[in-house]
Design a protein around this ligand. Structure first.
Ligand code: ZN
Length: 245
């Protein structure tokens, strides 16, 4: 078994979209591993603005903590237009977000995380990084089957076998709700990190950064905005209770 001290000598590649979850995962990895690189994917998503948030978040985290700055390595951004071309969803087409008869929202891009993890594993292999870190979460994602813990564990096994090299897929948010994710951010980097993630991360499916709410930018109406707002207010309420008791 790898001890925490050994693990700190290992490297990690963070699946970094520029959203709240992956930003928190980047801070988690910077605190844990001695070398951390990031990877993002451009698959023609409507909320491509999230990709432009990535540099701001990376620079901001490096400024927050000199140790994080020393550990933060290069960013990789891969064009995956083919994924957008084969998926007819509300994330890649100008259609309203709705729920299909199988209960899944039409924001579901089939196999998206399977594709992302496979490309990330190829880059990690080449860069000598043992860990992949992703913000997949079973608790309050919209039921996407490729975010489930079983799926991720199966991918870890398949990728390790297929590359003939031990690869670990870390999902620190898997069992957290959004309020707990904000709390994790605060524990990792204090209120300055919470402020950075609020200001610079992007969650809105509509790609709207024209409206600033207390919980960040977004249209305020799409499922991603609703989830982000709900989690933020829950986090703020519990923080307020903790301060006053
Ligand atoms: Zn929105």
């Amino acid at each position: 078994m790898t001890s925490p001290t050994d693990q700190r000598r290992e490297g990690a590649l963070v699946l970094f979209s520029g959203g709240q979850d992956s930003a928190t995962c980047l801070a988690w990895a910077l605190e844990r591993f001695h070398r951390v690189e990031t990877i993002g994917f451009d698959y023609g998503q409507r909320h491509r603005v999230e990709l432009t948030c990535r540099d701001t978040l990376r620079d901001g985290m490096a400024q927050l903590n000199p140790l994080w700055a020393a550990r933060l390595g290069p960013d990789h951004c891969l064009p995956l237009a083919t994924l957008g071309a084969v998926s007819d969803t509300a994330l890649t087409r100008e259609v309203d977000i709705a729920f299909a008869s199988d209960g899944l929202p039409n924001t579901f891009v089939p196999g998206r995380n399977l594709v992302f993890l496979t490309f990330a594993a190829a880059v990690a292999y080449r860069r000598g990084l043992k860990h992949l870190v992703g913000g997949m979460c079973e608790t309050d994602y919209s039921g996407y089957p490729d975010c489930r813990d079983d799926t991720i564990k199966a991918m870890q096994v398949a990728l390790s076998l297929g590359l003939d090299r031990r690869l670990v897929v870390d999902t620190p948010l898997m069992w957290l709700d959004k309020a707990a994710t904000w709390r994790m951010g605060e524990a990792l980097g204090g209120l300055p990190l919470v402020e950075l993630i609020l200001e610079a991360s992007h969650s809105c499916y509509q790609g709207d950064r024209s409206k600033r709410h207390p919980w960040g930018y977004g249209c305020g109406e799409c499922p991603a905005c609703e989830l982000r707002a709900k989690g933020f207010w829950q986090y703020r309420d519990t923080a307020y209770v903790a301060e006053t008791t």
